[in-house]
Design a protein around this ligand. Structure first.
Ligand code: AP5
Ligand code: MG
Length: 214
């Protein structure tokens, strides 16, 4: 099963992708997480990506397309995968389709998690991310067992640099301009699934499982 998660920043793509990956035993491939790991490790890619990410802008397509295409060719992707944060522009979607077509494959679902802009800023200010493993929590909606300590690896939790309200607004603008057109793109391909992302995390997941099958 090959799945794309679509949705505004903070819609819950990462939260749902993690649950999908666990339930269906497929890898969760988050381009945001890959960039953040590169930034943490001080790689050249990380240095380039950081200048865009901190401003709430998209990293240029050429820095992300090959990275994802190479990743989905790895052995652990043979039964499918869930892409979180990619594609984010029409050229990225076209490049992905072209690469898959060359392998005789195609995506199965593009799941759009719908959350209105007004809910997003509130959600982001409460999000906390682990500095070590990248796990994501929310101080109200998805709290950790111990305050500010990751349940997964006991790392320290931080507010992401790009989750400050002024940067979130910029990311939302970028989303509407560059990423939202993908909804029409995947509608035309007949693989778009819309789910309401404003309800509880488990309710959103139940709606997704309803589509993907138990
Ligand atoms: P990325 O890391 O992908 O960020 P994003 O798309 O802005 O999305 P987020 O991770 O902020 O939100 P999410 O939808 O995953 O929500 P989450 O599950 O955490 O990308 C970061 C940057 O990297 C980009 O700005 C860009 O610069 C660059 N980049 C990445 N990919 C790129 C690409 N392909 N091309 C170019 N540049 C790229 O949930 C949010 C919060 O809400 C959490 O605290 C969560 O606990 C909570 N929550 C989730 N669901 C619910 C619910 N149902 N009810 C209540 N709370 C909820
Ligand atoms: Mg995410």
């Amino acid at each position: 099963m090959k799945i794309i998660m679509l949705g505004a920043p903070g819609a819950g793509k990462g939260t749902q992708a993690k649950k999908i990956a666990e339930k269906y035993s497929i890898p969760h491939i988050s381009t945001g997480d890959i960039f953040r790991a590169n930034i943490k490790n001080g790689t050249e890619l990380g240095k380039k990506a950081k200048t865009y990410m901190d401003q709430g802008l998209l990293v240029p397509d050429e820095l992300v397309v090959d990275l994802v295409v190479d990743r989905v060719k790895q052995d652990d992707c043979s039964n499918g995968y869930v892409l979180d944060g990619f594609p984010r522009t029409i050229p990225q979607a076209e490049a992905l389709d072209k690469a898959l077509a060359a392998m005789g494959e195609a995506m199965d679902y593009a799941i759009n998690v719908e959350v209105p802009d007004e809910n997003i800023v509130r959600r982001m200010s409460g999000r906390r991310a682990c500095v070590d493993c990248g796990a994501t929590y929310h101080i109200v909606y998805a709290p950790t067992n111990e305050e500010n300590i990751c349940d997964n690896c006991h790392g320290e939790l931080i507010l992401r640099e790009d989750d400050k309200p002024e940067t979130v607004q910029k990311r939302l603008n970028v989303y509407h301009e560059q990423t939202q057109p993908l909804i029409d793109y995947y509608t035309e391909k007949n693989i778009l699934v819309e789910v309401d992302g404003t309800v509880d995390i488990d309710e959103v997941f139940a709606a997704i499982v309803n589509v993907l099958g138990a």
